[in-house]
Write a protein that binds this ligand. Structure first.
Ligand code: HEC
Length: 480
């Protein structure tokens, strides 16, 4: 999609040159016009969401549909509330998926709105960008369908819902691209697909989990176990496939890197639906594109404070400056139990330190907090003591759970550490705060809190071209 856009941008520059000659005879417009100045910005930064069938509530594809919103556009871009992008570019590394506007682009939109939002010369209008409809890479090689089609009642505040499905492969598979797509975009607030084991003696049927007495576990109760490999060691860092948030749900890894989809495990769908005022049914899909060439390294996920798998380090966690036990919940396989946040506290600070005992390559970072989440920042401390900020999100917005993807993957040498700091605002000053008078506990519900600063990385020493061969091809050889 990015490539299509830049090709179009090139075409636009060409057509502008031609249109420029034609416009020379027309009376010169004094300020920015829609066709010449505004449409290219909207095409590049806004139309991916603001077009029919997408999550933006209005379309910016034509002058007619954009014009009524001119003032609102000015307001939103000046406050930097649109496009959604909470990182401070001045204090973060360059992100490949940065969709924020430059100051010049903001000035153009402001000048256009302030100048009466003129249409301009129709000949200046750049061609509309094209978007892949449906799957981003064409048909996937394999599709998991959410095992239960869920209907959300018009006004129901749904809890998180969990559905399960056995992975139907007899050996581990590796996906170089993954995409999760709701069937009904209007009702999915966010969702994710994880790899879990189920508790001993439990079974899965039609998406639901049944306990040892054969009783169905309600879909609102998370019951998976942290997945382990054959020898019982945790699948550290490998238990998340992908999550969906509006505007994002697609990942493609560099050549030689892939996500592992392990045989004989279970896929767990975690769905968070928001009612829309009418009944809505969704059945999301997970598309996987298998590696065509050799896979050298696995793309893993790590939460701040978790040590790099296999490196033997111990993570450290602090709440309000005091070291705390950051519990791992073995029944659910989830991390992130924040200590209780007291009422009215405006700057509750959580910190996680990840020791890096062997070299890793970092690709992406995703801050995840709920309504009290205020800010989050990651930095790396190199063995020589030098510090470098990776990502600074000064105004976290719960409504936009953005994954920030480094434009250039960051090599982090052994002997470094990665520090994450999050601030929570449980005061009356936080306009999103549902109840400042309450103590805030950990849970996945948005009125409770989580501390889940996730990074995506690979371990440089891993060489799957060796380990995969050992587990898949050695056995037949022995049998001969
Ligand atoms: C990732 C998707 C996405 C992108 C990109 C995006 N928007 Fe939005 N926009 C939304 C959604 C969803 C809403 C409605 C919810 C909200 O206001 O946050 C919205 C709301 C708005 C509104 C508010 C309308 C109102 O009700 O007042 C304006 C104006 C707007 N966007 C302008 C822009 C502009 C201008 C750009 C590009 C510079 C842009 N948006 C890029 C998703 C997006």
């Amino acid at each position: 999609m990015k490539r299509a856009l830049s090709v179009l941008a090139g075409a636009w520059i060409l057509s502008c040159g031609v249109a420029g000659d034609a416009a020379a005879q027309a009376p010169a417009a004094t300020g920015p016009t829609f066709t010449k100045d505004v449409a290219p910005i909207l095409n590049k930064h806004c139309v991916s969401c603001h077009r029919p069938g997408e999550i933006g509530p209005m379309s910016f594809q034509s002058y007619e549909t954009t014009r009524p919103w001119a003032r609102s556009i000015k307001d939103k871009v000046v406050k930097r509330e649109m496009p959604p992008w909470a990182a401070d570019p001045a204090h973060s590394m360059k992100m490949g998926n940065d969709r924020s506007l430059s100051q010049a682009e903001i000035d153009t939109l402001v000048g256009w709105a302030g100048g009466g939002a003129p249409r301009g010369n129709p000949a200046d209008l750049p061609p509309a960008p094209t978007f892949a409809s449906g799957w981003q890479l064409g048909e996937p090689d394999f599709v998991f369908e959410q095992p239960v089609a869920w209907t959300v009642k018009p006004d129901a505040q749904e809890p998180y819902l969990y559905f399960y499905e056995k992975i139907p492969f007899s050996e581990d598979k590796f996906a170089t691209s993954v995409e999760i797509r709701p069937s009904n975009f209007s009702v999915v607030h966010h969702s994710g697909v994880y790899i879990v084991d189920i508790p001993d003696g439990y079974t899965v049927k039609d998406g639901y989990l049944y306990d040892t007495d054969g009783k169905q576990v309600p879909p609102s109760v998370p019951m998976g176990k942290k997945a382990t490999s054959g020898d019982g060691t945790p699948l550290a860092g490998a238990d998340k496939i992908i999550s969906y948030v509006p505007g994002r749900g697609y990942e493609k890894y560099p050549d030689g890197y892939a996500k592992r989809v392990p045989a004989n495990k279970y896929v767990r769908w975690v769905m968070h639906y928001n009612p829309t005022g009418q009944p809505e049914t969704d059945r999301s899909k997970l598309g996987l594109w298998w590696a065509k060439g050799p896979v050298r390294q696995e793309v893993l996920n790590l939460q701040a404070g978790d040590p790099v798998p296999g490196s033997g380090g111990r993570g450290l966690y602090f709440a309000q400056g005091k070291e705390v036990l950051y519990e791992s919940d073995d029944t659910t396989g989830r991390r992130g139990k924040t200590p209780t946040i007291p009422p009215y506290v405006g700057d509750f600070k959580m910190m996680g330190i990840t020791p890096v005992n062997e070299p890793i390559t970092l690709y992406a970072l995703t801050p995840h907090m709920h309504l009290r989440g205020k800010s989050m920042k990651w930095w790396v401390t190199y063995p020589d003591g030098r510090e470098e900020v990776i990502l600074d999100v000064p105004n976290f917005d719960f409504n936009w759970q953005i994954q920030y993807e480094l434009a250039t993957p960051l090599k982090i040498p052994a002997g470094s550490k990665i520090t994450n700091v999050a601030i929570y605002d449980n005061s009356v000053n936080n306009k999103w705060n549902p109840a400042p008078e309450k103590e805030v506990y950990w849970s996945e519900q948005s009125w409770d809190e989580m501390y889940q600063p996730t990074t995506q990385f690979s371990v440089d020493s891993q060489d799957l071209t060796k380990t995969v061969k050992r587990s898949t091809s050695e056995q037949p050889r022995q049998r001969q």
